[in-house]
Design a binder for this molecule. Structure first.
Ligand SMILES: *[C@@H]1O[C@H](CO)[C@@H](O)[C@H](O)[C@H]1NC(C)=O
Ligand SMILES: *[C@@H]1O[C@H](CO)[C@@H](O)[C@H](O)[C@H]1NC(C)=O
Ligand SMILES: *[C@@H]1O[C@H](CO)[C@@H](O)[C@H](O)[C@H]1NC(C)=O
Ligand SMILES: *[C@@H]1O[C@H](CO)[C@@H](O)[C@H](O)[C@H]1NC(C)=O
Ligand SMILES: *[C@@H]1O[C@H](CO)[C@@H](O)[C@H](O)[C@H]1NC(C)=O
Ligand SMILES: *[C@@H]1O[C@H](CO)[C@@H](O)[C@H](O)[C@H]1NC(C)=O
Ligand SMILES: *[C@@H]1O[C@H](CO)[C@@H](O)[C@H](O)[C@H]1NC(C)=O
Ligand SMILES: *[C@@H]1O[C@H](CO)[C@@H](O)[C@H](O)[C@H]1NC(C)=O
Ligand SMILES: *[C@@H]1O[C@H](CO)[C@@H](O)[C@H](O)[C@H]1NC(C)=O
Ligand SMILES: *[C@@H]1O[C@H](CO)[C@@H](O)[C@H](O)[C@H]1NC(C)=O
Ligand SMILES: *[C@@H]1O[C@H](CO)[C@@H](O)[C@H](O)[C@H]1NC(C)=O
Ligand SMILES: *[C@@H]1O[C@H](CO)[C@@H](O)[C@H](O)[C@H]1NC(C)=O
Length: 425
């Protein structure tokens, strides 16, 4: 979308003419009570630019142009003071040339953030529909004003009703590209109940500016979603860079760079007693991790339920299966390049790491190289009750301790069977 044509000669610009036409169309449609939307409309959203709430103007643009139209955020800052639910869109193009800045009124958000229906998490914005394209052109920014949240929760992981920035909800055949997400309130985004979504050229950075950590600022979480591709992501945060959770299938993560967070996560999963959930057919390749804790890791809850989500749970069923992680470059990672735990439980409780019935099968790592801090290449703590982790393959693992100059050759295993390419020691 040529922004210059808007800025340049507005009256001559085709966009501006369509915009004028669309106002007329909307006016006539409303007058006749036929419909409150029209196809091929362009809605340019005007910001108040005085700190007043821009939510009403944004919601009205989605109302008018959400079905077959084009919604344009200009190169300016929009202040968001209210929750937004813009779902059920179709064939909608959303161009973000500026910044959406969420307000710091934590009292408001704690009372109004919208429940996402999983892990008691909630969200400031629900966005979804069929064939949506969201383009930020490399500079369109969603700014959650997260520092106020990091200061409020002071490192507590799940704080009830602390909202994630964006929930991509019931989206199908859609694309998100060229977007920047900074200082997210909680998780940057979740992709929920969505299929066939591409997220490409995405920059995520949630960095605290004081001693309160930017914890639980996951770059993205997938839940109940199929065929999701993450390509060319840069994530710098204080938690999972990208995390695949309950019923995430056919997921690709590629050509991405992670800084400081925990790396690429599967889980946590198995949090809901007797509920059957899976993570299946995952392919990650060409990932570089700078000072992350792990490169790739898996975490399931124990087999015993202790408390309830978000902070408690356990006893879930299901499996993680057919996972390939290939070509990971690691630079000064802090802990094991590869890690499995089935010990996740209510914080402060010593969980029984052998009780989980959640299965982990067919996991393959290939060509992990670079520098780290551990003499272990992998630590795999698999649960006895699940029958252990089966068919784990690790090839071309070459991570050298930067202090020791010794290549990590340790493979710590609990209940790991049918291994290929390495030996537990
Ligand atoms: C902010 O701008 C809007 C739209 O221009 C105007 O209606 C409103 O009165 C202004 N508010 C303040 C506090 O200046
Ligand atoms: C957006 O506007 C600012 C000034 O308000 C300008 O510096 C910047 O170059 C503009 N960005 C784009 C991509 O047009
Ligand atoms: C929470 O929001 C509801 C309406 O949505 C309002 O009635 C109630 O007073 C609010 N409570 C607080 C503590 O702000
Ligand atoms: C969002 O709007 C849709 C359509 O009106 C509605 O079905 C859904 O319940 C709303 N979601 C939330 C979280 O309010
Ligand atoms: C989480 O949600 C469930 C039901 O959705 C509810 O029973 C439980 O009390 C909630 N937990 C917290 C800590 O709010
Ligand atoms: C993230 O932001 C912090 C501070 O704002 C900055 O120091 C850091 O370089 C950024 N990370 C990336 C990858 O751009
Ligand atoms: C690997 O990913 C990086 C970072 O996105 C990219 O610059 C590079 O071109 C990718 N390499 C290949 C072989 O695609
Ligand atoms: C998750 O996937 C499992 C296995 O395919 C299925 O039984 C279960 O109903 C799914 N759960 C949801 C909420 O979609
Ligand atoms: C395993 O996952 C890969 C993607 O990494 C997919 O191409 C393949 O079809 C899957 N295998 C099975 C048996 O589903
Ligand atoms: C491991 O990496 C180091 C440093 O890059 C290199 O010198 C060494 O030859 C590699 N070893 C293997 C077995 O590939
Ligand atoms: C690390 O070991 C390699 C090969 O054994 C050697 O060439 C290199 O000089 C060593 N580097 C340091 C900093 O000791
Ligand atoms: C897999 O491991 C189990 C337990 O060690 C063993 O009984 C079985 O024979 C192994 N299967 C293969 C194909 O190696």
């Amino acid at each position: 979308m040529a922004l210059s044509s808007l800025a340049g000669g507005p009256y001559r610009s085709p966009i501006f003419r369509i915009f004028l036409l669309s106002i007329l169309l909307v006016a006539s449609a409303n007058a006749n009570h036929i419909s409150n939307w029209n196809h091929n409309e362009v809605c340019v959203i005007h910001a108040t630019n005085n700190g007043s709430d821009d939510t009403p103007a944004i919601l009205s643009a989605f109302q008018r142009c959400g079905q077959g139209g084009n919604i344009i955020f200009q190169n300016t800052t929009y202040t968001i003071h209210q929750v937004m639910n813009t779902t059920g869109l179709s064939d909608c193009q959303i161009d973000i040339h500026g910044t959406l800045l969420w307000s710091t009124d934590t009292t408001y958000w704690l009372n109004h953030s919208m429940d996402v229906g999983y892990q008691n998490q909630s969200s400031a914005w629900f966005l979804g529909g069929n064939r949506i394209t969201v383009n930020g052109f490399g500079y369109g920014t969603l700014d959650g004003n997260g520092q106020v949240w990091y200061d409020l929760v002071k490192g507590q992981s799940n704080y009830p009703h602390r909202p994630m920035g964006l929930t991509i909800w019931n989206a199908k055949d859609s694309t998100f590209q060229g977007l920047r997400f900074v200082q997210s309130q909680m998780w940057t985004m979740a992709i929920l109940k969505s299929q066939n979504v591409l997220l490409e050229d995405i920059y995520v950075n949630s960095t605290t500016h004081n001693g309160n950590p930017a914890r639980n600022t996951d770059g993205a979480d997938t839940i109940f979603s199929d065929r999701i591709t993450f390509r060319k992501w840069v994530v710098d945060n204080g938690d999972d860079c990208i995390s695949l959770k309950a019923n995430s299938t056919n997921i690709i993560v590629e050509d991405s760079i992670f800084h400081r967070g925990l790396g690429l996560a599967l889980g946590s999963i198995g949090q809901y007693l007797n509920q059957f959930e899976t993570i299946e057919n995952v392919y990650a390749q060409n990932i570089t991790c700078f000072s992350t804790r792990y490169a790739a890791y898996i975490k399931t809850w124990t087999g015993q339920q202790v408390g309830y989500p978000p902070n408690g749970g356990g006893g879930g069923l299901g499996y993680i299966k057919n996972i390939t992680w290939k070509d990971f470059g690691v630079v000064e990672i802090n802990s094991y390049p590869f890690y499995i735990t089935q010990c996740t439980t209510f914080s402060g409780v010593a969980g029984d790491c052998n009780s989980s019935l959640f299965e982990i099968l067919d996991v393959s790592l290939e060509n992990f190289h670079g520098t780290g801090a551990s003499s272990y290449a992998a630590y795999m703590g698999c649960s006895a009750a699940s029958g252990g982790c089966k068919r784990i393959s690790i090839k071309d693992m070459n991570v050298t301790g930067s202090a020791t100059n010794v290549t990590a050759v340790g493979y710590r295993c609990d209940h790991v069977y049918n291994t290929t390419g390495f030996q537990c020691n």
